[in-house]
Write a protein that binds this ligand. Sequence first.
Ligand code: AMP
Length: 143
Amino acid sequence: MMVKQILREKGHNVVTVPLDATLSEATVVLAQKRIGALVVRDTEGQVVGILSERDIIQALAQESVNALTHPVSAHMTRRVSTCSETDTIDDLMELMTLKRFRHVPVMAEGRLAGIVSIGDIVKSRIAETEREAESLRGYIATG
Ligand code: AMP
């Protein structure tokens, strides 16, 4: 199964924040949208980083509540690993396991085309397993 099949179901929307948003603002967006990471864009709309809830926890652990007034740019990860729509779910699982992160933005023709989280992968795997079990049951019933 490919990344584009996950995006077909969940859509292409990606929640982003500007570089100069504060950690406090980013935290509000994460909570309101019930998500775990935000893609960070510069003024031209280019992807320049990713900020996950773990980055906020690290910042709070190191700098206490003062961190909440810092810009996102001070705590985000700048080297973002991305994937394409034609990558497989297996590729993504391997990437997330090796690099120990749970979010991968999807790029298509140089533009942000979606984001896949580990939750999306688990959901798609469960659906795939259920489809396989259903077809096996059908095969046994008609056999
Ligand atoms: P996560 O497991 O996604 O909450 O993120 C754990 C750490 O990896 C945080 O420091 C994130 O900024 C970073 N991170 C998350 N996703 C990516 C990604 N696709 N590429 C690079 N770093 C990431």
